[in-house]
Design a binder for this molecule. Structure first.
Ligand code: DGL
Length: 271
C-alpha cells in the first residue's frame, strides 16, 4: 500500500496526479486536519506530529509513505527517515518527500539559474528547498517568499475572489523583480491557484505543477526500485482509503470536489 500524508486536505493536489499516473496501486490518504495548519508551527511540533503519522501508517501495513505536505517534508522528513528506517527495516519500507523531485526539476529547467520558491513560514524558514537545490547546483540563486494567508483563503474557497488575487500579487511582487525563470509552488494548497501564480509571474517564469512533478518522479522511483514496487498491493477493486483526524464529511466534500470522483466516507482516526 502507498500512503500520502498531509497536514490536512491540501495533499489531495498531490494525490490527484499520483492516481492518474499510477492508478494500479492501493492508496491511503491521511490528512491530519484536526491539527492543521502545520505551516505556522515550530519544528519540534511538526516533527512530533509527523512521527505520529508515520507510526500510524506503518502499523497499518503501509510500505511506502509519501510526505505530500511541503512543511512536513521540509522540517521532519530527514528526522523520521532516521528514526523509522534503521537497519533491516530500510529494505521493507520507505518514506519519501516532495522536495527532491521539485529541486531536481527546477535545476533541470532553469536557464538563468535564478529560481523561486513559495511556501509556508515553516517551509521557507527551514531553508530546505535552498539546500536541496544547492546540493544539485551550488550556483543556483534561490529567492523565497512565504504566503501564509493563502492556505486559509483556499480552504474557505475564497481563492477566486479579487481579494485573493490582490493578496497574491502583494506576496509575489518582491519575487517578480528578481528575474527568476522558474517558480516552485512549495505548498500543497498553492497549485489550486496555479493559474493566478502563472498569470502574475508572466510568460518568462515557468510555474511548476507540483503534483505532476511528484507523480512522475514517483513513477520513476518505482521503476528504479523493483524491490519496493513488488511489495505494493494492487487489489481488485482498487483500495482508496481516506483517513482524517477531524470531520470526515468535510474531507469527503473537499476530496470529491477536488478529485472529481465519489469517495467512501473517510475514517476518523486519532494519532
Ligand atoms: N500542507 C501544507 C504544506 O504543503 C500546507 C498547509 C499547512 O500549513 O498545514 O506546506
Amino acid at each position: 500500500m502507498i500512503a500520502l500524508f498531509d497536514s490536512g486536505i491540501g495533499g489531495l493536489t498531490v494525490l490527484k496526479p499520483v492516481l492518474k499516473e499510477l492508478p494500479q496501486y492501493d492508496y491511503i490518504y491521511l490528512g491530519d486536519s484536526a491539527r492543521s495548519p502545520y505551516g505556522p508551527r515550530s519544528p519540534e511540533t511538526i516533527k512530533k506530529f509527523s512521527e505520529e503519522a508515520v507510526e500510524y501508517l506503518f502499523n497499518r501495513g503501509v510500505t511506502l509513505i509519501i510526505f505530500a505536505c511541503n512543511t512536513a517534508s521540509s522540517v521532519a522528513l530527514r528526522h523520521v527517515q532516521q528514526k523509522y528506517l534503521k537497519g533491516d527495516k530500510e529494505q521493507d519500507r520507505k518514506i519519501l518527500g516532495v522536495l527532491i523531485p521539485l529541486a531536481e526539476e527546477v535545476t533541470k529547467q532553469t536557464k538563468t539559474n535564478r529560481v523561486g520558491v513559495v511556501g509556508t513560514k515553516a517551509t521557507i524558514s527551514s531553508q530546505s528547498y535552498n539546500s536541496e537545490i544547492h546540493k544539485i547546483n551550488p550556483e543556483t540563486k534561490v529567492y523565497s517568499q512565504t504566503c501564509p494567508l493563502l492556505v486559509p483563503i483556499i480552504e474557505e474557497s475564497w481563492h477566486t475572489k479579487p481579494e485573493a488575487t490582490s493578496i497574491l500579487r502583494k506576496y509575489l511582487k518582491p519575487l517578480k523583480s528578481t528575474n527568476i525563470d522558474t517558480l516552485i509552488l512549495g505548498c500543497t494548497h498553492y497549485p489550486i491557484m496555479h493559474k493566478d501564480f502563472q498569470k502574475y509571474m508572466g510568460k518568462k517564469t515557468k510555474v511548476f505543477d507540483t503534483g505532476e512533478v511528484v507523480a512522475k518522479s514517483l513513477a520513476d522511483y518505482l521503476e528504479r526500485h523493483p524491490e519496493i514496487e513488488k511489495k505494493l498491493s494492487k487489489s481488485t477493486p482498487k483500495k482508496r482509503i481516506f483517513l482524517t483526524t477531524d470531520d470526515p464529511a468535510k474531507m469527503k466534500t473537499f476530496a470529491e470536489k477536488h478529485l472529481g470522483q465519489k469517495i467512501k466516507m473517510p475514517e476518523k482516526i486519532t494519532l
